[in-house]
Design a protein around this ligand. Structure first.
Ligand code: F6R
Ligand code: MG
Ligand code: MG
Length: 364
């Protein structure tokens, strides 16, 4: 019998401004998931938040894209929204794009990462949750975990990983996907992955046996809704050890706080800062963007854990570097490359400014 892990997330309201999901929302979600566990729809669950996003980490036997699971998550977010409205939380229901559930939560606003697998004798899994960034933020670290031997030693020295991994990449603009294998097609893969706002890794599988290794949420709210309605803060599930990267190899890429799109008004580049749960609260200039890593052992579907993996002093230097880079980037004010290019900004007055100035532009 296979186990499914579903991580479904949405921002349904926060304090103060787009900061921190309110504990009352998390509590309500926990109540609903506890009931689903009692009714044996879920085996186990863990509710958490990264910044203003509420994350539902769930295990069950229903497989991916299961209507009952998705509907239950949707209802949890709806009830969370009702509380958010009552408390006049900021952005109440901001990621719920529809009033009624229609079979699958995908395309309705929340972000989804799921995977189904037959449990190994011991199955460690790491769940990553980000705030103030976009799905392409995972391109660089996931690439490094599964394809960069300077980051993951096992690619070179562990025979069970030596044949490499296959990456499923989505073109989120054209709604197409392509599979590329590493190490053979590494340069083609990198040619795509460098365009983080368009090409995003959806899944990674081990080449030898096509076993699922990683799954990432690729929803882009701003593309789904046709207009800006909220951030696409992503989540990812990564399997670890015995033929997959070791837990330490999975978190290692985040020691480099790479630049990602998001931060203030979803319109700025900034460093992705790895933090323990207690610091998953982006404040300075609504940021800089954050990522948390929660480690679990999966035992007959039970979520044993979590271990708060970035709550490790060995990441202090990465956080210090992220703060320094944040300071450096902030000094650019409204100039690129701190501010995103015009077509990537989620708020823009540019068309209005252009219209106002239209009569004043002269030929050169
Ligand atoms: C970015 C984000 C925040 C808001 C900013 C303005 O993803 O959530 O930086 O964009 O706080 O928010 P509004 O427009 O709601 O006043
Ligand atoms: Mg928000
Ligand atoms: Mg958010």
């Amino acid at each position: 019998m296979k186990t499914t892990i579903s991580v479904i997330k949405a921002d349904v309201g926060s304090i103060a401004g787009h900061g921190l999901a309110h504990p009352a929302i998390l509590k309500k979600c926990e109540e609903i998931l506890a009931k689903a566990k009692e009714e044996e729809l879920l085996i186990d669950y863990y509710v958490t938040n990264c910044g203003d996003d509420t994350e539902l980490i769930m295990t069950h036997k229903q497989g991916e894209e299961n209507e009952e699971i998705h509907e239950m998550a949707w209802n949890a977010f709806l009830e969370g929204t009702a509380i958010a409205r009552e408390l006049k939380l900021y952005g109440a229901g901001q990621d719920l794009l529809s009033d009624t559930f229609s079979g699958n939560i995908k395309g309705m606003g929340p972000g989804v990462a799921e995977m189904e697998f037959k449990e190994r004798p011991s199955d460690p899994v790491v769940v990553f949750c980000c705030d103030k960034t976009e799905p392409g933020a995972f391109n660089l670290p996931i690439y490094k975990m599964f394809a960069d031997p300077f980051s993951t030693a096992g690619l070179v020295i562990d025979p069970s990983m030596h044949n490499g991994f296959e990456f499923e990449v989505y073109d989120v603009m054209e709604h197409k996907k392509v599979k590329l294998s590493c190490p053979d097609e590494m340069y083609d893969l990198l040619a795509l992955l460098g365009t983080i706002s368009r090409y995003v890794i959806k899944r990674v599988r081990r080449r030898d046996d096509k076993e699922i290794a990683a799954s990432i949420s690729t929803e882009r709210l701003n593309l789904m809704a046709g207009q800006y309605v909220g951030k696409d803060d992503p989540v990812a599930i990564v399997r670890s050890q015995s033929g997959f990267p070791a837990a330490g190899e999975i978190v290692e890429p985040f020691a480099f706080p790479h630049l990602v799109g998001g931060w203030m008004r979803g319109s700025h580049n900034g460093p992705l800062m790895p933090v323990g749960q207690k610091n998953a609260y982006p404040v300075r200039f609504d940021g800089p963007p954050r990522v948390i890593a929660l480690g679990f052992q999966i035992a007959d579907g039970k979520l044993v854990g979590p271990a708060d993996m970035f709550d490790d002093p060995a990441f202090d230097r990465s956080r210090a570097l992220a703060s320094e880079v944040a300071e450096y980037m902030r000094r650019h004010g409204p100039f690129e490359p701190h501010r995103l290019p015009a077509d990537e900004m989620e708020y823009t007055t540019l068309p209005g400014v252009m219209e106002k100035l239209s009569g004043r532009f002269e030929d050169i």
